[in-house]
Design a binder for this molecule. Structure first.
Ligand SMILES: *Cc1c(COP(=O)(O)O)cnc(C)c1O
Length: 392
């Protein structure tokens, strides 16, 4: 049987369930104002592919191409993203009285953050469908990643970000030739400007969850974590949550692997959203039993990736946390800085403030007993601390 490069077969609205065609350029469900989610023909993948075949391929995100949306290999734009290490944290664990803590260290991705994964997928797919100009509002790292992949694809790029975004993010966009617009305000203000420019100038918008494929790139973290656990899963995953792409994506990945029968267990990790006390829309909605978030006024935190007052996928984030018996916690900037220093002193890793937030969240949840000393816990370090020199 001739095999295909991708087994994507439809897109489904996350709210109403209506089906959309992945062979044409898609954004989101206009009637629900909700994200579209990619569906793969997993029954066929089960027959043509074994988990050991994927494991034996050259490293990187595209090992998983049957479960990614690009149909023709020549459209894959890669800078070597994916296959980041899962490292035990023994000295940190000893200090905290925990034996099973680990980090999925995303800082080694191209552009220094895990945004590379999502934008690799989104830019590749957009290119396959003929897009030549891309635009994004960003809290920082998504802009840098979009600019990098757009340059490699030969696309024009426009990045809109708050004026107080870390300098590294502005410079990494400009050096690729991307146009950069700085706005006084937050990512939500940048998003308003993007909407305007899309309408008047016809750019393709790759905002978080406003197109379906950044989610697909980010879900590969979930595939990798399971493979690194020898096709098992951890007990708890702590995720620094802004737009929530990786949180929703890791859960999606584990469900897909379960359906393929590649996992030893039916167990689902408890997934935790970690936010900042200065911007905690998901925590507030979770604590008050809401299905969606309300806009978080006056959002303020030095963890710039967490400065997202309301995610377009708020409903999906809350569903994911609840379905997995997870929770949502907020940590202060002070706790973030303390955790960042502790992590560096104990393990030699200079993590991003967003990554440090997951350690601060772990400390909180261990104190309350929600996480036990022996639990197998994965922290996500989503970027390198080196991108934040001017704000630390
Ligand atoms: C974007 C970003 C986040 C938040 O990721 P989402 O998937 O949008 O929730 C966390 N950390 C860093 C470093 C980021 O750039």
């Amino acid at each position: 049987m001739k095999t295909k490069f991708s087994y994507i077969f439809r897109l489904v609205c996350s709210k109403c369930g209506n089906v959309h065609d992945p062979a044409t350029l898609q954004t989101y469900c206009f009637s629900c104002n909700a994200p579209l989610v990619a569906d793969y023909d997993l029954e066929v993948v089960k027959n043509i592919l074994k988990r050991d075949d994927v494991a034996a391929r050259p490293s990187g995100m595209w090992r998983w191409h049957e479960l990614l949306p690009i149909n023709k290999p020549e459209f894959v734009i890669t800078l070597g993203e994916g296959d980041t290490p899962l490292l035990p944290l023994p000295r940190l664990g000893k200090h905290l009285g925990m034996t099973g803590i680990m980090v999925k260290d995303e800082s080694i991705n191209p552009t220094g953050s895990f945004k590379a994964r999502g934008l690799a997928a989104a830019i590749s797919k957009a290119g396959e469908l003929g897009v030549q100009r891309v635009i994004v509002p960003t809290a920082g790292n998504a802009g840098g990643a979009m600019a990098a992949y757009a340059a490699r694809a030969g696309m024009q790029a426009l990045v809109v970000m708050p004026a107080d975004t870390p300098r590294a993010n502005v410079l990494e966009c400009r050096i690729t030739g991307a146009m950069v617009e700085l706005v006084d305000g937050l990512i939500s203000d940048a998003a308003a400007l993007v909407k305007e420019r899309v309408k008047t100038e016809g750019w393709f918008d790759v905002s978080t969850f406003k197109e379906p494929y950044r989610l697909e790139g980010k879900k590969v973290m979930g595939f990798e974590i399971c493979q690194q656990f020898n096709w098992d899963v951890p007990d708890v995953i702590l995720y620094p949550t802004g737009g929530g792409t990786g949180l929703v994506g890791i859960h999606k990945a584990i469900l897909e692997l379960q359906e393929l029968g590649w996992l030893k267990t039916k167990k689902m990790p408890r997934i935790v959203a970690v936010q900042s006390t200065g911007c905690a829309p998901v925590v507030r909605a979770f604590d008050t039993g809401q299905e969606t978030c309300t806009f978080y006024e006056g959002a303020r935190t030095l963890a710039s990736g967490l400065r997202v007052p309301r995610s377009f996928a708020d409903r999906m984030i809350l569903q994911t946390i609840r379905k997995t018996n997870g929770t949502a916690v907020a940590v202060t900037d002070e706790e973030i800085l303390t955790a960042q220093r502790l992590w560096a002193e104990k393990e030699g890793m200079f993590v991003a403030p967003e990554g440090a937030a997951t350690l601060a969240g772990l400390i909180q949840l261990h104190d309350t007993g929600w996480i036990q000393a022996q639990d197998k816990v994965v922290l996500l370090n989503t970027a390198t601390g080196l991108k934040y020199l001017d704000i630390l």
